[in-house]
Design a protein around this ligand. Structure first.
Ligand SMILES: C[S@@+](CC[C@H](N)C(=O)[O-])C[C@H]1O[C@@H](n2cnc3c(N)ncnc32)[C@H](O)[C@@H]1O
Length: 308
């Protein structure tokens, strides 16, 4: 049977324009490069989000009436920021169980090691897989839930896809549950673009790794030198797009199919949406969330929105 990775890649490469699903960035190598991105000076997002977590988790905890909570994190990653969040929730008197969901089993292992090294007594139940599927486990949990969707992950779903994703999350929530959404805000366009176009080329390596991953796992024959990372930020819509540009006319073999690229043809690989507070509230409302409170960093670059 054809793997979902192969099916999705072939489908995307046969579209006009070509498009690849960004969830496939995160294999073992992609996870490592993403950790490098998180440590880059230009990639301001984790720093400002962590500032909010450090200064305002106690206030967020205050807004949650239940003393005992299941904290479920969608696309949890390495847990570096989450550990600070969990510590502050516990310091605020909450008894928590932590359930990280991520498509990458490797990053979940790192997450568990990171978190237990700092909170050894924590109950943690990692679940590997695509959260569109694994999210179903939320319905069986009896305790009030706080669902975390941090790191501007929501920004990978543009327009109606964002609404549909949040509707799906909401359909797994009860009236006692809350969602904490980490979203990147619109700001100076140069600051945004630099985050996706670092001079060291780490983001470029991350984007190109998707082609290398196809070479490794699907026996494709992309010549990585013949593609170039190209990010583009539109400050009006707040959409930051990442592309891979074919540097020449070329053909690539993948699972007995030949994919043709013309010179300068682009593959769209990722969108990272930036929001105004109004945009964000409208997005949550469009998915049926009625209550909406925001927590911002000092520069007002990032927002944690607590919604219900
Ligand atoms: C941008 S990183 C953010 C990680 C973390 N939330 C943070 O704030 O640092 C996105 C994470 O989501 C995971 N991911 C992406 N698509 C996914 C999917 N469909 N199902 C589950 N996890 C996914 C990736 O493996 C990666 O760890």
């Amino acid at each position: 049977m054809q793997s979902p990775f192969l099916t999705d890649m072939l489908e995307g490469l046969n579209k006009t324009p070509k498009v690849l699903n960004s969830m496939y960035f995160y294999d073992k190598i992609g996870d490592t490069i993403f950790q490098e991105i998180m440590n880059m000076d230009a990639y301001y997002l984790p720093k400002v989000e962590l500032e909010i977590i450090q200064n305002q988790t106690a206030e967020i905890a205050n807004r949650l009436s239940s003393e005992e909570l299941d904290i479920i994190e969608l696309g949890a990653g390495d847990g570096v920021k989450t550990v600070a969040f969990l510590k502050n929730m516990i310091a605020a008197g909450k008894k928590v169980n932590y359930v990280p969901l991520d498509i990458s089993p490797d990053v979940l292992e790192i997450n568990k090691t990171n978190i237990l090294s700092q909170i050894p007594e924590l109950s943690i139940e990692p679940i590997a897989g695509d959260y569109f599927k694994t999210m179903a486990i939320l319905k069986d949990r009896k305790k009030p839930k706080l669902i975390l969707f941090l790191g501007s992950n929501i920004g990978n779903f543009k327009g109606q896809r964002g609404t549909d994703f949040l509707k799906l999350v909401k359909s797994h929530m009860t009236s006692e549950d809350h969602l904490l959404l980490g979203a990147d805000l619109k700001k100076d366009p140069k600051t945004v673009l630099r985050a996706y176009n670092d001079p060291e080329g780490i983001t470029a390596r991350f984007n190109l790794n998707l082609l290398s991953r196809m070479n490794r796992e699907l026996k494709a024959n992309f010549d990585i030198k013949k593609f170039e990372h190209y990010p583009y930020y539109d400050p009006i819509s707040g959409s930051c797009y990442s592309y891979l540009v074919s540097l020449e006319n070329q053909s690539v073999e993948i699972a007995d199919q030949t994919i043709l690229f013309s010179k300068n043809e682009c593959i769209h690989t990722e969108v990272s949406q930036k929001y105004s507070l109004n945009d964000l509230q409208e997005l949550c409302e469009s998915a049926g969330f009625e209550k909406f409170q925001t927590f911002l960093d000092q520069k007002q670059w990032f927002c944690l929105a607590l919604t219900q």
